[in-house]
Design a protein around this ligand. Structure first.
Ligand SMILES: [Zn+2]
Length: 238
């Protein structure tokens, strides 16, 4: 099996998900309460879907605190919490409210012992400090394009990063792949997000794996073995 550590399955048709799930174990993240519900339903239907529930930092100004409380009822059934986090790059104007929401998710991650699937453009250190101080055990920094000198700390705390399939055309992802130790690397598509004209989807983790294996100077099979080990430590699957 192959592994995609971050994809928005709720945006795909069930027929596509079924096709993907034949060869890929996928962590499905959510953006709000309705998509969290759908992701939970998909995990019932497809055994290779690990459901994350959460409210995306881009949505915090559209969601009430009541909806956040409603979401808590799904958390105990979920396999992880995401997509959650902090974003100073795309939505700096809502940062205070993002922080309020993220603190709640961090508490849930600790209380329910669940991994966090974190979005943190230009807020990598803020997110790292917050989870570390809160004694969160398991976290993934998704589509990591942050400072290279933070990778050592992420590893020391036992956290992980995912490298996106955009590595085909994104130079920063190549630099991250070069610098990150193999024992913290996962792969992801973030599908169906569109990046510079490419619609990302789960099977593209294969392209990412080829590139990362080449950068790391390891055989493709070994790369997938390492990714599988990292994945199962973080998500308790396989
Ligand atoms: Zn995402």
């Amino acid at each position: 099996m192959l592994y995609d550590a971050h994809t928005h399955l709720h945006e795909f048709l069930d027929s596509r998900i079924e096709e993907f799930s034949r060869e890929i174990v996928m962590v499905g993240v959510s953006d709000d309460y309705p998509s969290s519900k759908r992701t939970m339903d998909l995990a019932e239907k497809f055994s290779n879907v690990i459901p994350c529930v959460g409210i995306h930092p881009w949505n915090v100004d559209k969601v009430s605190i009541d909806e956040l409380r409603q979401l808590e009822r799904l958390v105990s059934e979920a396999g992880c919490i995401g997509e959650v986090g902090l974003d100073r790059r795309f939505v700096p104007q809502t940062f205070d409210r993002q922080l309020e929401f993220f603190r709640t998710f961090v508490e849930w991650a600790r209380d329910y012992d669940l991994p966090l699937n974190i979005h943190a453009p230009d807020a990598w250190r803020d997110a790292l400090e917050l989870i570390r101080r809160s004694d969160v055990n398991k976290a993934l920094f998704h589509w990591y394009t942050g400072p290279l000198n933070l990778l050592g700390e992420i590893r020391d705390y036992g956290y992980y990063i995912s490298i996106n399939a955009a590595i085909k055309i994104q130079e920063k992802s190549r630099l991250v792949a070069r610098e990150a130790p193999l024992d913290i690397i996962l792969l992801e598509s973030d599908g169906p997000y569109e990046y510079r004209g490419i619609t990302l989807e789960p099977p593209m983790v294969k392209d990412a794996a080829l590139i990362v294996a080449e950068i790391k100077g390891v055989h493709l099979d070994e790369l997938w073995d390492r990714v599988r080990e990292n994945f199962s430590r973080l998500f308790k699957h396989v």
